[in-house]
Design a protein around this ligand. Structure first.
Ligand code: BG6
Length: 464
C-alpha cells in the first residue's frame, strides 16, 4: 500500500546545474577562454559555447526555481568568468554571480555554489598544464579566496571540487592526455593530490573568512558489485571501490590514503609527489559535509589481458578490474550502467560508516532523449527514477542517518559532460538541439510538476 513518506521539516529540497553546461555567454562579460571552449567536440554534438543560455535567461530561470519551490540551488561558479586569465579578477564576472545570488536570496533560495566543476581558465593549462602542476594549487586558492571574500555575507553553503575521480581521469578538459598508460595514471594521482591540497588550503581560508559557513566535497559515489562470487572477482570489486572512490575521499577527508592504497601506489611507482610542509594542511581542514552525486552502480570482474577498457567510467583505465554489464540491472539508451536505487542506499551507508559526516545529494537524475509532443513532455520514466531514489533517501533518514537534502540533476536541460544535448536530464525542457540554439525556450516537464508537489507536501507517496 502507498503511504505518505514524510521528510524532516528542514530537509533541503533543491536542484543542480554546473556553469559550463548551462551558462553559455562564453565570450561575454569579460569572460576568458575556458578549457570547455577549446575542447574537441565529436561531430554532431553540441559544444559548450551557448549551452542552455542561462547567462541571458538567469532571472527567468530563478523564477522557475521559485515556482518549483526549491529551497537550495546547487550551481557552480565559472572560474573563467571570475578570473579570465587565471590570475586577475573580472568584476563583471563577479557581478553576474552577485545578480544571481541576490535574485536567489530575494526568492528565499539558498545559493550553494561549487568552486570547481570541471571548468577552468584555459590560460592555466597553457601556462603550466593545469592541475598537474603545483602552481594550480595557488591559482585555485587565490580564486577561492576571492569568491569567499566577495560573497561571504550572502553565501554560507559551499562545495570545493566536483568529482575528483572524473576531474582527474584522462580527458581533454584537464590536459591528462598522454598516450602512455603509466604516465596517464601517474598524472591522475598527481592532479588528485594537488586538488586535495587546494581544497584543504581553501578550507583553511574559509574557516577564517566565513566562520559561520559550511563547506564540503562532492564525490561521484561508486557502488561496486562483483560480477560473480569468485574470490578473484570479489577482490577486483574491493580494489575498484578503493581506486574509484576511497583513494580520492580518504585523502580529501582523512588527509591520507588507506594502508592498502598507499602500498598500491608505491608499488606501481605512481605515488604523488608531496611536500613535507603540506602535511599539516592535509591532516587539518576537514569538510563539514559530503556532497553525493549518484546515477547508478557499477559491476566489475577481475581483469585479464584480453579485456579492453572501453567500458570503464569515462576515460578511466585500471589494471585491477574490468567494468562489465550487470545482468540484474536494466540499462537504457543513456543510462549505460542501468538504474539501481538500492545502490544509492548502500553507497550512502558505506560513506557514513567511513567518515561520519552529514551528506546532501548534489546530483541524481535520469537521462532521456525527451520528445516535445504537442508542446509538453510526459517524462514518467524520470518521475519513476526520482521517486525510487527518494524512497531510498527516506529509508536512510528513517534509520537516523544525517542526509540533509536532495538536489536532482538537473534543474533544466543542459549539455551533457561528454554526450551532447539530446541526452537530457532536466525538470525543465530547453528548446534547442545539438546543432541549433533555436530560442532556448523553457518548457516545464511533467517531472517539474511532480517534484513541485513533493516539495509542497514535504514528502512522497511510496512503499514504506
Ligand atoms: C556528473 C557531473 O558526473 O554527471 C555532471 O558532475 C554530469 O557534470 C553528470 O553532467 C551526468 O553525466 P553526463 O556525462 O551524462 O553529462
Amino acid at each position: 500500500m502507498e503511504q505518505k513518506l514524510q521528510f524532516p521539516r528542514d530537509f533541503l529540497w533543491g536542484a543542480s546545474t554546473s556553469a559550463f553546461q548551462v551558462e553559455g555567454g562564453w565570450n561575454e562579460g569579460g569572460r576568458g577562454i575556458a578549457n570547455s571552449d577549446v575542447r574537441n567536440i565529436p561531430s554532431g554534438l553540441a559544444d559548450y559555447k551557448g549551452a542552455s543560455d542561462h547567462y541571458h535567461h538567469m532571472k527567468e530561470d530563478v523564477r522557475y526555481m521559485k515556482e518549483l519551490g526549491i529551497k537550495v540551488y546547487r550551481f557552480s561558479f565559472s572560474w573563467t568568468r571570475i578570473m579570465p586569465d587565471g590570475h586577475h579578477a573580472n568584476q563583471e564576472g563577479l557581478n553576474f554571480y552577485h545578480s544571481l545570488i541576490n535574485e536567489l536570496i530575494q526568492n528565499d533560495i539558498i545559493p550553494f555554489p561549487t568552486l570547481y566543476h570541471f571548468e577552468m581558465p584555459y590560460a592555466l593549462i597553457e601556462e603550466f598544464g593545469g592541475w598537474v602542476d603545483r602552481r594550480c594549487v595557488d591559482a585555485y586558492v587565490q580564486y577561492a579566496t576571492i569568491c569567499f571574500q566577495e560573497f561571504k555575507d550572502q553565501v554560507k553553503m559551499w562545495a570545493t571540487i566536483n568529482e575528483q575521480m572524473c576531474a582527474t581521469a584522462p580527458d581533454d578538459m584537464n590536459g591528462n592526455l598522454t598516450e602512455d598508460d603509466y604516465l596517464r595514471q601517474k598524472t591522475l594521482y598527481q592532479m588528485s593530490y594537488h586538488m586535495t591540497l587546494a581544497e584543504k588550503m581553501a578550507i583553511s581560508k574559509f574557516r577564517n573568512l566565513i566562520p559561520d559557513g559550511q563547506i564540503g566535497h562532492v564525490v561521484a559515489m561508486q557502488v561496486i558489485y562483483s560480477e560473480t562470487s569468485s574470490p578473484k572477482d570479489v577482490l577486483a570489486a574491493l580494489n575498484a571501490q578503493d581506486e574509484l572512490q576511497w583513494s580520492f575521499l580518504d585523502l580529501s577527508i582523512k588527509g591520507k590514503y588507506s594502508h592498502h592504497f598507499q602500498s598500491y601506489l608505491k608499488q606501481k611507482k605512481i605515488y604523488p609527489q608531496m611536500n613535507q610542509r603540506d602535511l599539516h594542511y592535509l591532516a587539518e581542514n576537514k569538510p563539514d559535509f559530503i556532497g553525493v552525486n549518484y546515477y547508478a552502480s557499477c559491476c566489475v570482474r577481475a581483469k585479464n589481458k584480453l579485456d579492453d577498457c572501453l567500458k570503464m567510467p569515462p576515460f578511466y583505465q585500471s589494471d585491477q578490474f574490468y567494468v562489465v554489464e550487470n545482468k540484474c540491472i536494466q540499462a537504457t539508451e543513456w543510462m549505460h550502467f542501468g538504474i539501481d536505487p538500492d545502490g544509492l542506499y548502500m553507497g550512502l551507508r558505506q560513506l557514513y560508516d567511513r567518515y561520519e559526516l552529514p551528506m546532501i545529494i548534489t546530483e541524481n537524475g535520469m537521462a532521456y532523449s525527451d520528445q516535445l509532443i504537442d508542446g509538453s513532455i510526459s517524462d514518467n520514466y524520470r518521475i519513476d527514477y526520482l521517486k525510487q531514489h527518494l524512497e531510498k533517501c527516506y529509508q536512510f533518514i528513517q534509520e537516523g542517518y544525517p542526509l540533509i537534502g536532495y538536489c536532482p540533476w538537473s534543474l533544466l536541460d543542459l549539455v551533457s559532460s561528454h554526450e551532447g544535448f539530446s541526452k537530457r536530464y532536466g525538470l525543465i525542457y530547453v528548446d534547442r538541439t545539438n546543432d541549433d540554439m533555436k530560442s532556448c525556450e523553457r518548457i516545464k516537464k511533467k517531472s517539474f510538476y511532480w517534484y513541485q508537489n513533493i516539495i509542497q507536501n514535504n514528502g512522497i507517496e511510496g512503499e514504506e
